[in-house]
Design a protein around this ligand. Sequence first.
Ligand code: FAD
Ligand code: NAG
Ligand code: NAG
Ligand code: NAG
Length: 442
Amino acid sequence: MSTVIIGGGIIGSSVAYFLTNDSSPYKDHEVHVIESSSQLFSAASGYAAGFLAKDWFSPAVAPLGALSFDLHHQLAAENGGKEKWGYMQSTALSLDVNDGRAKRTACRGDDWLREGTSRAEVAAKGEESSTTVMEEAPAWLTKQKGGRVEPISDEGTVAQVDPLRLCKYLMETTVSRGVKWHHPAQVISVVTDRDTNAISAVKVLNSVSQTESVIPCTNLVICAGPWTSRVFNSLFPSAKLRLNVSALAGYSLVLRSPRHTLVHEHDTYRGRSHAVFTTHPRDCGFSPEVFSREGAEIYIAGLNSSDIPLPSQAEESREIMDKQKIQELKAVAVRLMGRLAEGNLEASDDIPNVDDLEVLREGLCFRPVTISGRPVISRISEDLLGIGVKSKSPRTGREKGGVFVATGHGPWGISLSLGTGKVVAEMVDGVKTSADVSGLSV
Ligand SMILES: Cc1cc2nc3c(=O)[nH]c(=O)nc-3n(C[C@H](O)[C@H](O)[C@H](O)COP(=O)(O)OP(=O)(O)OC[C@H]3O[C@@H](n4cnc5c(N)ncnc54)[C@H](O)[C@@H]3O)c2cc1C
Ligand SMILES: *[C@@H]1O[C@H](CO)[C@@H](O)[C@H](O)[C@H]1NC(C)=O
Ligand SMILES: *[C@@H]1O[C@H](CO)[C@@H](O)[C@H](O)[C@H]1NC(C)=O
Ligand SMILES: *[C@@H]1O[C@H](CO)[C@@H](O)[C@H](O)[C@H]1NC(C)=O
């Protein structure tokens, strides 16, 4: 028995993890991950915010969301997730800015954030009991004129991780269990058995040495994020199925603020994170999201671009970043977290500085999105594959193994990762899944 996973992001890593976890009957089976990028986790899984929610999902996704949230908690509790990948409990807040001005049709992306006043008011409340403080805005968030901060999460229903460190943990664990990671490499074709017509192997091209190899394969799991449609179409050109997974680009920054140090993290917030969601009051299509992460990091995103074409390789994202967009995001970071000194209030979008914030990383990455807004987590039946692949078990006559797809997680791939990995491993295994994902099949 051998499973080949195409795409080594957080979904591929989670599938490999659960296929090889001790309780799995596939303990001895071969698992391979084929990843095309020369640098692991250079796509969304390494650049996401890492916010986790238990119950923020539509009905079809809700069972998976709850399972996955619990698995994140369990994995962290059993394996030192706090230290290893920055797992923290969190509080989600909405920042509603109503500056009293009439709605305008034409507006600039960050006008509404320009009216900030002193953050002293926020800081002055910092001495209250810790439960009250948790209901309030964190002190690193600059007080906005007309701004109202309200908690939007119940205790124990949101959390935070550093997704890059979680990916690395999953990858290293699977390597220690014998999973083989091939990168940079690509699957160039699927080999079927002459007699049964079942999938028997894949041909893999090593992108550095340009050498081909054949890997035995009874199960193929495609989880190449926004590249999934490309992969599927190239491996199954005559398939009737079109997966329609597209890419929604998002810019991000990782920052440090003198108003959010390790001392604040440990003493003021008792090792908890804050997530701040805000929307533009005049609907200009910009919804900043800010997250404090372990190690006194602050992550900000929310500036999307649907017109950036997906690069062929994840690591090329850095070269196609629009400097103007990064400047806009920096300007918003200053409005939301800067000191708002006199000069900054009048500064234009392309101010070269970031006030007293320190930029640790600039990022651009692509969310895999579907038309329905739901992920696709499904076995692909042989009649949809288009090449007459037979994946019935010759022994029992039941459909077994074959081709599986797990993608389209949109803005929730980190949160839904572990649940997806567990459910896909169960599908490969042919057992009942731990969460009902029937609403996510093709
Ligand atoms: C700015 C931003 C912030 C986000 N914040 C959050 C958050 O807070 N919480 C949350 O839950 N989610 C968040 N997300 C969403 C999350 O990042 C994604 O849903 C998730 O990373 C998708 O994981 P994936 O493994 O499916 O895809 P990816 O991470 O894209 O991985 C796919 C992999 O497939 C590889 N690949 C491509 N083509 C091939 C090929 N031909 N052969 C082999 N491999 C191939 C790629 O190189 C890549 O490594 C955010 C996304 C963005 C853009
Ligand atoms: C992996 O398997 C072990 C042993 O059965 C179990 O204790 C652990 O909880 C599993 N991990 C997850 C995340 O399910
Ligand atoms: C993909 O899009 C096509 C055309 O819009 C549609 O017919 C098809 O059902 C879609 N596929 C899926 C899996 O949603
Ligand atoms: C940007 O994309 C994220 C994820 O899909 C979404 O939550 C946010 O609302 C989007 N913002 C805008 C302005 O489209």
